[in-house]
Write a protein that binds this ligand. Structure first.
Ligand code: ATP
Ligand code: MG
Length: 251
């Protein structure tokens, strides 16, 4: 599993996020942006954050550290906003934390130049995991100490919301038309040659093993959490075996 910390203080809600993520201090004195178990989208968002985020990291992409944050719902009692209090009350147990990058800026493709190699690797990765949340409207990239970071992978791997029909999504094409890095001239061919061979069964098992059991247990249609992990591995492995999903841009 990921490194685990315990929340000691709820600092403030991050109002920009649709899922009401919050800034939380933990017992290692670190500050984390936490995605809560009790948020509308539920635990599958957290699973997607871990599987895609750690896969991206394994492919060499810059993703801030992810941790599991043990949260005692009592911490939310002092929160004045009733919406936040409800969320915290419903989020006792294990939640997802991302290392907070203080003073980071939202990525702006006009103000921050990335090379075609980096753009290609990010686009290739987003296409593989079906990330619809890296658009010029909502880039979900931060710039910190002069370098870009990828955040917010909660809306990836949406096949897990319909396991019965998931085989139909294996080769599903990725629509890159609004991707934030299109203007950077992504070199998809180079990214494909470099990254596809890295996405092995062994690597995928390492990645899915980082997801806490609690977020996978009692999944309808599965006999064990191992079976759920295996289903993720199989799906991504089958997807990377073909290329129908790769967008046409830059090729
Ligand atoms: N690690 C971080 N360091 C600093 N700021 C962060 C970090 N993670 C998220 N943020 C800030 O919080 C905002 C919301 O985070 P995030 O995009 O992960 O949440 P979300 O609820 O999934 O958002 P949405 O669905 O609106 O894209 C980000 O746009 C960013 O401004
Ligand atoms: Mg976001």
């Amino acid at each position: 599993m990921l490194r685990e910390v315990s929340a000691t203080r709820y600092v403030l809600p991050l109002r920009e996020g649709g899922s009401l993520p919050g800034l939380v201090e933990a017992d290692d004195l670190g500050m984390y942006v936490v995605k809560f178990l009790g948020a509308g989208q539920g635990r599958k968002t957290l699973v997607a954050e871990v599987v895609s985020g750690e896969l991206g990291r394994a492919l060499g992409l810059p993703v801030p550290e992810l941790v599991v944050v043990d949260f005692d719902a009592v911490i939310g009692r002092g929160e004045p906003d009733p919406e936040v209090q409800e969320l915290l009350k419903a989020s006792g147990g294990l939640n997802l934390g991302m290392d907070f990058l203080p003073g980071s800026l939202g990525f702006d493709p006009v103000a921050f130049e990335v090379d075609s190699g980096f753009a290609g690797r990010v686009l290739w990765f987003d296409a593989l995991v079906g990330n619809v949340d890296r658009t010029w409207r909502n880039p979900n990239m931060l710039v910190w100490h002069g370098a870009p970071y990828l955040i917010d992978h909660g809306a990836t791997l949406i096949f897990q919301h319909n396991w019965r029909g998931s085989s139909g999504a294996v080769a599903r094409a990725y629509d890159a038309s609004d991707h934030v890095l299109l203007s950077a001239g992504p070199d998809l061919a180079a990214a494909d040659a470099e990254l596809a061979p890295l996405v092995t069964e062994e690597l995928l098992w390492e990645v899915v093993a980082l997801v806490p059991d609690e977020w996978l247990v009692d999944e309808p249609g599965f006999g064990s959490v191992r079976e759920v992990r295996a289903a993720f591995v199989e799906h991504v492995l089958a997807r990377v075996a073909g290329r129908g999903w790769l967008p046409e841009v830059g090729r």
